[in-house]
Design a protein around this ligand. Structure first.
Ligand code: NAD
Length: 503
């Protein structure tokens, strides 16, 4: 039987990844699908990290001078190479992150989509022309490349997060140095190989526009501390952001922080319950609860609680859990044993706080090395204890409410502010939820779940989610620096605000 390690090696060879980086090294990587080791990577060191950043700095000096639409051509080629590599890269995502084939392929599709977006963007890096108060003057703003972009990413979107950052960084004129999660290094090497193919076809790009650093938090910390990195775009836990944010601020670097979520849905009396049921099931159990946008809290109006929650409990009891590569299971593995333990700790705390737990037990798949769990639905008497924190596992805390104003307050009571949903057909409730007095999250949805964002919108959240925005809309501005230019084409020198300084 072909092992996952052999399959991963075949895919990497087909994509053209350098075997010297993922064979014979000291850093083991495992597949959550079976728990087996899939590679032995060669980790980076402080010296190789420094050298990579220096090379990226040299690449910046050349790349910033290439016209933006020409830079867009590289990203167009990257999109073409990703289309060709979609099946292989998607399969590698499934092996390394444990996603179903459909979700693995979906993640690569998201990479293709952001490339398309960024190509168009390469002709739209607009600045404003601004009316000036001085005669014979013109004022405008211009957007310039920023510098080296350091990308730090989490295990659960091992390739999409890199592409959100890299497609935008490249059209904005910046090189990228990427430190992927230590749990998903192979997909990173695969992405680099795909980009290398696009670079070869592009022809005259400077060397080292994109580099991958292999290693754990220590390698990430070295990237974060380095003055040669203009922007750190870090995706991961709030715990990580608490370390990264102050470290970059201390050297006046720039950050885009995409941190943890504790996302909620609200089901109102007028909701379409069939639709809500499906949206909640995908939002809370999909990707085994390991999306930053996973629905973790659910407030259900007491008039519809008995019509919805028993059906949800039934869905939790019957949803298929199993090996995503060999079965059609909708719920795959947790990333590792530590994730399973954290889930059990949270469920125990919920019981101690008066919660009734449905599900949550380990599901056997014939090996002790992989960790599968039945998703847990927990009926809670109130929002307390573990409900206030993100546990990165499929746990949905369900609470009753009777008062709309009160539930909005509860909704916003947690530290994180990433994604949110309301299920209602009442216009007043919907608009209030989306208003300044409603959800305080970066993503607020109506009649769809909390997860599954498209790349066209800006992605990110407030409060302990970090405040950063990536992907669509005007998120590109985070990757450039703005200059305000005032040009005097008159023969006089009037000063602003009527100030006189005659010499
Ligand atoms: P994690 O915080 O453990 O690790 C994320 C990355 O940060 C890894 O590459 C890790 O090596 C690095 N890292 C950790 N400490 C660091 C430090 N001090 N300096 C520099 N780098 C450091 O997160 P994880 O377990 O891989 O992913 C799950 C978490 O990520 C969840 O909290 C989830 O909500 C969050 N997430 C957020 C988003 C978002 O867009 N908001 C997207 C995906 C995941």
């Amino acid at each position: 039987m072909t092992t996952l390690a052999a399959k991963a090696t075949d895919i990497l060879a087909r994509l053209g990844a350098d075997p010297a980086r993922h064979t014979g090294g000291s850093m083991a990587s495992f597949s959550p699908v079976t728990g087996e080791q899939v590679a032995a990577l060669v980790p980076d060191t402080a010296d190789t990290t420094d050298a990579a950043i220096a090379r990226a700095g040299a690449a910046f000096l050349a790349w910033r001078l290439v016209p933006a639409p020409r830079r867009g051509e590289l990203v167009r080629l990257l999109g073409e190479e990703l289309r060709a590599a979609k099946a292989d890269l998607g399969a590698l995502v499934s092996i390394e992150a444990g996603k179903s084939p459909s979700e693995g392929a979906g993640e690569v599709q998201e990479m293709i989509d952001i490339c398309d977006f960024a190509v168009g963007l390469s002709r739209q890096l607009y600045g404003l022309t601004i009316a000036t108060e001085r005669p014979g003057h013109r004022m405008m703003e211009t957007w310039h490349p920023l510098g080296v972009v350091g990308v730090i990413s989490a295990f659960n979107f091992p390739v999409a997060v890199w592409s959100w950052n890299t497609a935008l960084a490249l059209v904005c004129g910046n090189p990228v140095v990427w430190k992927p999660s230590e749990k998903t290094p192979l997909t990173a090497l695969a992405c680099q190989a795909v980009l290398d193919k696009a670079l070869a076809r592009f022809g005259d790009a400077p060397a080292d526009l994109s580099q991958v650093l292999i290693g754990g938090a220590d390698v990430g910390a070295a990237l974060v501390a380095h003055k040669g990195v203009a922007l750190i775009s870090a995706t991961g836990s709030t715990r990580m952001g608490r370390q990264v944010g102050p470290a970059v601020a201390a050297r006046f670097g720039r950050t885009i922080l995409e941190l943890g979520g504790n996302n909620a849905g609200i089901v109102c009396p007028s909701a379409d319950l069939d639709m809500a049921l499906r949206a909640i099931a995908f939002g809370a159990m999909g990707t085994a609860g390991q999306r930053c946008t996973t629905m973790r809290r659910l407030f259900v109006h007491d008039s519809v609680y008995d019509a919805l929650v028993p059906r949800l409990i039934k869905a939790y009891g019957s949803v298929s859990v199993g090996n995503p590569l060999e079965t059609q299971a909708l719920v795959g593995p947790l990333v590792d044993g530590a994730a399973f333990d954290a889930m059990q700790v949270a469920l125990e705390a919920a019981r101690a706080a008066g919660g009734t737990v449905h599900g949550g037990e380990r599901v056997s798949v014939g090996t002790d090395a992989a960790f599968y769990a039945r998703p847990a639905l927990v009926e809670m008497p109130d929002q307390l204890g573990p409900v206030l924190e993100e546990t990165f596992a499929p746990i949905l805390y369900v609470m009753k409410f009777s008062d709309f104003e009160g539930v909005l307050h509860k909704h916003n009571e947690v530290g994180a502010g990433l994604s949110s949903s309301i299920f209602t057909t009442d216009l007043r409730e919907m608009e209030t939820f989306l208003s300044a007095a409603g959800s305080d999250c970066g993503i607020a949805n109506v009649n769809i779940g909390t997860s599954g964002a498209e790349i066209g919108g800006a992605f990110g959240g407030e409060k302990e989610t970090g405040g950063g925005r990536e992907s669509g809309s005007d998120a590109w501005k985070g990757y450039m620096r703005r200059a305000t230019n005032t040009i005097n084409y008159s023969r006089a020198l009037p000063l602003a605000q009527g100030v006189v300084f005659d010499i």
